[in-house]
Design a protein. Sequence first.
Length: 180
Amino acid sequence: MNPAPNLVLVGPMGAGKTSIGKRVAERFGLVFVDADQVIVERAGATIPEIFEHAGEAGFRERETEVLRDLLAGEGRLISTGGGAVLSADNRALLGRRGFVVHLGVSVPAQLKRLARCTNRPLLQRPDREQVLEEMARTRTPLYAEVADLTLDTDHLMPPEATLRLCHLLATHWRRQETPA
């Protein structure tokens, strides 16, 4: 058992971090938090708008600040953005304050799941497959570096993935609570 005060989901876009995360949080009595949604709320702008006005670097700065704040608490299931692992500081923070689950998904499955997606700035290009393949090459080793557990979601619908993840968590994670 690996104790940690929070559960954190990492993985590429389309892996199911939000849909699976909400279900797992409910089953474990955790508060579900989508880090990207917190960034949007704090900025008062959509992610595409943040990218347009502050660039990816500006977005990543906000992401680190939000993760630091969220992980300072406990009893949360935090769904991170796909690029949160790009920062060595973020990876260290995730490892210190969370039990990290990597939800994996292949590029073909991502293409299918994200076919109608128009709100992801990094996918607003005609060469989506190449973009996703490059992201996978860069990020997959970083997900593996930070992950305490990995679940491939390629052929799983969210309810089935939730059930599998809950079974895995029951044997690999114990929520560590700070004494009052």
